[in-house]
Ligand binder design. Sequence first.
Ligand code: X2X
Length: 339
Amino acid sequence: MIISRRRLLVAGSTAFAGGLVGAPFVARAQQAEFTYKYANNLPAAHPMNVRAQEMAAAIKAETNGRVEIQIFPSSQLGSDTDTLSQVRSGGVEFFTLSGLILSTLVPAASINGVGFAFPDYASVWKAMDGDLGAYVRQQIAKANLVAMDKIWDNGFRQTTSSTKPIATPDDLKGFKIRVPVSPLWTSMYKAFEASPTSINFNEVYTALQTKVVDGQENPLAIVSTAKLFEVQKNLSMTNHMWDGFWFLANRRAWERLPEDVRAVVAKHINAAAMKEREDVAKLNAGLQQGLAAKGMAVNQPDAAPFRDKLRKAGFYAEWKGKYGDEAWAILEKSVGSLA
Ligand code: X2X
């Protein structure tokens, strides 16, 4: 039997403390030293959860079983709002959360979601793996949470509805749309003169099914894996914002891990993020046809009038004021002028 010296000492001392030598020794040696919960709001079939499974297995293997990560998909531990409280208190150790929702705690974290800021994925990754991401992670650290270096992809968000296609900004007037719980989202749809309702993702399918709202907006990988096509008829490729998930850790739980273990865990989490990005990009590229085959009517609106409408409503000026000049300059350095 091969066993590391360290574990031998730990297990041995526990066995002696209990006055037992022998059988409990083996059981102790197989138990993880750190069992951490990782919660997220996406279905098990989404690439985030597929890659997280691999990641957890790789972490377990490379730490010789010392770290076990238990994954709780589909908001099993509560809505995003609840789980944000739990990761702050330490009830949950890891949580992936959209920066836009995290902004209820860390206002700067929604900055990547400014409407129509990013033209493509190349500019997203340049900014989020560069200065803009670094700036946001610094602000997250001030709130006593740890954000891993690589943000996970949610994607460019598209609009779905059960009533009508969204082709021009006028189609959004009075439109009853679900938005995640985040001031930026509410503000943007108010600028469009829509009628936004904040609903956590775990209640979205039912809200659409029961017509509490007529539409919602999400990347195609979610429309597909969360089966929103079952309760939505139209798919409008609005590409109105890019959204990603920060992989967050409770600070005390993170710092409980010995430094060498922390490095292994971070390495595998960030590697999984990179694979998840590729998966989501591939999925999103094929899913327009995939969702059309499921019966959705797909249309391709021109983004320019939507952007103009936001500009005229003072949306960009308002949010520049909220984020402040420093943050806004970092965003504009990545994407050009948003005035
Ligand atoms: O709540 C949503 O719409 C989702 C799943 O995209 C986010 O987590 C922001």
